[in-house]
Design a protein around this ligand. Structure first.
Ligand code: NAP
Length: 294
């Protein structure tokens, strides 16, 4: 069977259709700890993303840099949002006015955070809201049931269409599913970091979308390596394009949300939609992009 291509779609909770190649808005305001991006360019990037078919956009109210806020940039660029555009946001992490991480929201703070996203995006209902838990790279064992139940109530009230969980273990996903339907998981996963592969596979078996973050290395790891270079050469593509195309080919559960604040990088990443990786490519990349022999 041919692997799913980046142009295919999947349906959240069997209802809301999203393309397998979307867009991550975290870079739009600028770097996490500054400097802020050129807002006019970021507005243009958001508009172009939708023109190019990235109809699923991932954002958060805690994505800001200087005076730029990701949600407000999306609103300026796209409101009223064209039919078919799905905007996913997330709540949980707290950042102070200086941008420093300030712990995790208590259950009683979550409604206010959801309302902040509604306000900033200028919508009455949020398409998809993740409960984002824990810190990157730490042991993520905390119970999330009480917090997820708050989001489930907001969904019942009609403020949210679909719920997701982010940065979770399998146990935390299982726990969330006892509280309410989980439409999507957003964890760290990409061709260079495939440690979450079991959870990706599990999501495919239960029709949960898996939206990886840092699929392009997050700007922290260089996208290089023998296998990536070899597959890129085969397709006349760049390593970034192969990293984009690899996710949907790796699993039917994966929806890519590559992030950029650059129009040129956006065009490059979206052009990966036409790349269909074959079994040889997938086996070269199976152990990560860095080892051609594995
Ligand atoms: N749930 C979570 O905990 C969590 C954590 C992090 C991110 N996220 C979400 O996941 C999305 C993706 O993550 P991310 O943006 O941090 O990482 P990413 O998509 O892995 O990579 C983005 C980085 O790669 C660069 N880049 C993108 N395309 C490129 C290209 N074609 N050539 C060269 N460089 C390129 C970007 O710089 P330029 O801007 O210069 O292109 C940026 O530094 C975010 O937008 C956010 O929505 C979620």
């Amino acid at each position: 069977m041919e692997p799913p291509s980046p142009t295919s779609t999947l349906a959240l909770d069997g209802t809301t259709t999203v393309p397998r190649l979307g867009f991550g808005a975290m870079q739009l305001p600028g770097r996490w700890n500054g400097p802020a991006a050129d807002r006019a360019v970021s507005v243009a990037v958001a508009r172009r993303a939708v023109e190019l078919g990235a109809l699923h956009i991932d954002t958060a109210a805690f994505y800001f840099s200087g005076g730029n806020r990701a949600n407000e940039i999306l609103r300026e660029a796209l409101h009223p949002y064209p039919a078919g555009v799905t905007i996913a946001t997330k709540v949980g992490p707290l950042r102070d006015a200086n941008g420093l991480m300030a712990g995790e929201a208590e259950p009683g703070q979550l409604r206010g955070l959801v309302e902040e996203n509604l306000r900033e995006l200028g919508v009455d209902v949020l398409d998809l809201v993740y409960l984002r838990v824990g810190r990157l790279g730490t042991d993520r064992a905390d119970s999330l049931a009480e917090r997820f139940a708050v989001l489930a109530d907001l969904r019942e009230e009609g403020l949210v269409r679909h719920l997701g969980v982010s940065n979770v273990t399998r146990a935390q996903l299982d726990e969330a599913r006892t509280v309410a339907p989980v439409a999507a998981v957003q964890n760290q996963f990409g061709v260079l970091d495939q440690r979450d592969g079991d959870l990706v596979d599990f999501c495919a078996t239960v029709d949960i979308a898996y939206m990886p973050f840092f699929a392009l290395g997050g700007g922290h790891s260089p996208l290089d390596g023998d296998a990536l270079a070899k597959v890129a050469e085969r397709h006349g593509a760049t390593p970034f394009q192969i990293a984009v195309a690899w996710g949907p080919a790796r699993s039917p559960s994966i929806v890519q949300i590559p992030g950029t604040a650059s129009l040129a990088h956006l065009e490059e990443n979206m052009a990966a939609a036409s790349i269909v990786l074959d079994a040889d490519d997938l086996s070269l990349l199976a152990a990560g992009g860095r080892s051609a022999g594995a």
